[in-house]
Design a protein around this ligand. Structure first.
Ligand code: UDP
Length: 415
């Protein structure tokens, strides 16, 4: 029986609010999955690199602890030099387990640098290593946004090592499953698709007029929303250009809410560029930048909005789209990552397979102008979101962990 899992989240702590810097969908994933596993009686210790003088062990609930391991300086450092401290981190995790007499049944690593640490840790403990990618360098490089920096050779090499060394690789979508197989040559018996979830306790339909009042919006504004970190990959320029066309095409005032802060190499530059674009187009009165917002504050934004816009060049899944649907908000987005599972094209939103602002603006206009269509989309959005939950994801992981303990190694089980 699986009692305790060591979760490795080397570069991003689940204690940091998502929405800027290194904290995004993966941060939400790690914490929500741990809490859902706890509900199934599986305890987790989430190991992360120490970046402050915060206590070494923080208990966030009965079955979930966050353990900060000293590896390199106790400050945030660029992702690019983080690789230098992976061995120190792995040694720190093992030392902590020895000191605490902690026994773990499975190691589950998130993102490639955690995976590198996980290979040695899992082998030293004689337990299986399950690895979730979150993003893949080859994929990011093949969908590079204009002006974006390609992922490094060090990352490409590191990912190859992890993909070779993990017992099971988790894909968030069948598309990621294929990418792992075709771009990285991962053997099929080690691949498993598990969709992420959404916390339906907080992301649920609610009173739209109350939400609008809280955000200082008028009842008859046409409200378009973006939620996510700001970096070239997210393609925010397309949404701004579509907004420019909508301002004159709509009979109502358009308000575009942008929630999230700069992230990664080039994030600040991208944010400044988008700000400049908004100003140069005279969209200042229509666009409101909120910066990163606490995760629990987001349902208010989704409920206040008529539509969430997702313009990413690539996504590994796209939690923001799922959260919007769970609040009954239609989505207009690019058909990337999990969006084709979440958004029912023409029923709960639109997937637009071109980066032409006119195409986007056209689809947005239909959602923002036709109340009956909007109501139908909103109902269908709720139905679609009901198919995803963290409890469902945790059940799939739990079954996998149990199965791995039953199967003799090195043959991984993909039940
Ligand atoms: N998010 C947040 N506050 C913000 C912006 C984003 O809590 O200001 C959360 C958002 O709710 C979602 C996650 O960050 O859960 C972003 O995940 P997504 O999969 O959309 O994008 P990723 O960060 O993985 O690229």
């Amino acid at each position: 029986m699986v009692n305790r899992v060591a979760v490795l989240s080397y570069h991003s702590s689940p204690l940091v609010e998502p929405g800027s810097g290194d904290a995004g969908g993966m941060t939400v994933y790690v914490r929500q999955l741990a809490e859902a596993l706890e509900r199934r009686g599986v305890h987790t210790d989430i190991f992360t690199r120490a970046v402050s003088d915060r206590p070494r062990v923080l208990t966030i609930s009965d079955g979930v602890r966050v353990v900060s391991i000293d590896a390199g300086p106790r400050v945030s450092v660029e992702k690019e030099i983080l690789g230098s401290y992976v061995d120190e981190f792995a040694a720190g995790v093992r030392a902590f387990a020895t000191m605490q007499r902690g026994v773990y049944d499975v190691v589950h690593s998130h993102y490639w640098q955690s995976g590198l640490a996980g290979i040695g840790i899992a082998s030293a403990w004689g337990v299986p290593l399950v690895h979730s990618q979150h993003t893949l360098a080859h994929v990011k490089n093949s969908y590079l946004a204009p002006g974006d920096v390609p992922e490094s050779q060090a990352r490409l090499n590191g990912e190859a090592t992890v993909i070779e060394g993990a017992d099971v690789l988790i894909a968030s979508t069948d598309e990621e499953w294929r990418q792992l197989s075709c771009m990285y040559g991962a053997s099929h018996d080690r691949l498993k698709t598990i969709h992420p979830g959404v916390d339906h306790r907080i992301f649920k339909a609610g009173d739209r007029s109350v939400a609008r009042e809280q955000l200082g919006l008028d009842a008859d504004d046409a409200v378009m929303l973006y939620v996510g970190r700001i970096q070239p990959l997210k393609g925010l320029e397309l949404a701004v250009r579509a907004a420019e066309q909508l301002v004159s095409a709509l009979e109502r005032r358009l308000v575009f809410l942008v929630v999230g802060g700069a992230s990664g190499q080039g994030g600040e530059r991208e944010l400044n560029r988008i700000n400049g674009l908004v100003e140069s187009m005279g969209l200042g009165p229509n666009v409101r930048f909120f910066g990163a917002q606490p995760h629990v504050a987001l349902p208010t934004f989704y409920r206040a909005a008529d539509v969430l816009v997702v313009c990413s060049h690539n996504e590994s899944f796209g939690l923001a789209a799922l959260e919007a649907h769970a609040c009954g908000t239609p989505v207009v987005g690019t058909p990337v990552g999990g969006l084709s599972y979440i958004v029912r094209d023409g029923e709960s939103g639109w997937l637009v397979d071109s980066r032409d602002p006119a195409g986007f603006a056209g689809r947005l206009k239909t959602v923002l102008s036709d109340w009956d269509l909007w109501r139908g989309f909103s109902q269908n959005a709720l139905v679609s979101a009901a198919n995803f939950s963290w409890d469902g994801a945790a059940a799939a992981y739990h079954e996998l962990y149990e199965c791995l303990l039953r199967e003799p190694f090195p043959h991984a089980c993909t039940c």
